[in-house]
Design a protein around this ligand. Structure first.
Ligand SMILES: [Zn+2]
Ligand SMILES: [Zn+2]
Length: 275
């Protein structure tokens, strides 16, 4: 299992990405649902300050201090630079939870920064368009990898081996693989952030464009347009409005027919989804 996700537009959204022990957003109920798994979280990345994405932070911080588990493990929280409401909310939580038994580190993240995750992977923020006047970030998890330089790709295996072992030739090049891109609440993101993307987690609050009164969330036609331009290997659709609860399967089947080469999941607003 890679992901545990709860996402119901307006109510709560959080995504636990187990391989990197990262939590994206911390909507209401996150510590209640994850239980002892909250000790597995090392870093929390917040996308923006709306209550359905941050209300569960206080619960996580407080529960980690008091529940049974490794109480001395460090917790890091990252938020978009300039998000005044998040700063205030974190200030309040710190005031209410003086004398924490574990180190709590709070980092303001600017767009030029990267955050190392493990030996090879790192996280990079990018700007999204959501609510005017409200700073919002999406995030990419990237990994440095090596592959054969294009001119050597058709060589047989034994020749490659000889070039490396005996001739000590430098036939490899470094490249950056896009492991995961997650949007938070946003209008469709720019295709540049999902080039050769393995897993894209994109919000789609509205299946029907006519239900959207203000243009600050993605609609299904817009999301389809994006993945036609830059198809990921896997698409996880989240932040769906619960008005579509009965249409989830139908829409999933339609997407599967239209995009047979993309693995598609839709996070049901009423369920905790494990992928
Ligand atoms: Zn939201
Ligand atoms: Zn929002």
């Amino acid at each position: 299992m890679e992901f545990i996700i709860k996402s119901k537009a307006l109510y709560t959204t959080w995504v636990f990405y187990k391989p990197e022990r990262v939590l994206f957003d911390a909507g209401e109920g996150v510590s209640y649902v994850l239980g002892n798994k909250i000790y597995g979280i090392e870093k929390i990345f917040l996308t923006h300050s709306h209550v359905d994405h941050i209300a569960g932070l206080w619960g996580i911080i407080n529960t980690r201090n008091n529940a049974m588990g490794s109480r001395n493990k460090k917790l890091e929280i990252y938020y978009p630079k300039g998000s005044k409401d998040i700063v205030e909310y974190l200030g309040f939580i710190e005031k209410m939870n003086k004398g924490l038994r574990y180190p709590l580190e709070i980092h303001e993240l600017s767009l030029s920064e990267i955050v190392p995750l493990n030996s090879k992977r790192f996280l990079k923020p990018f700007k999204t368009r959501h609510t005017p006047g409200e700073i919002s970030f999406g995030y990419q998890i990237l990994e440095k990898r090596k592959r054969l330089k294009p001119m050597y790709r058709d060589y047989p295996q034994d020749v490659i081996k000889d070039l490396i072992v005996n001739q000590k030739k430098d036939i490899l090049e470094e490249y950056v693989a896009n492991i995961l891109t997650i949007t938070g609440d946003a209008l469709p993101i720019s295709p540049e952030f999902i080039k050769n993307c393995d897993t894209l987690i994109h919000e789609c609050t509205f299946f029907d464009e006519s239900d959207r009164k203000i243009r600050n969330h993605t609609s299904l036609p817009e999301l389809k347009k994006l993945i036609k331009v830059e198809p990921p290997r896997r698409l996880i659709v989240y932040h769906v409005s619960s008005r579509y609860n009965r249409q989830i399967n139908k829409v999933k089947n339609e997407l599967n027919l239209e995009f047979p080469h993309i693995e598609i999941e839709i996070v049901h607003p009423e369920r905790v989804t494990k992928i």
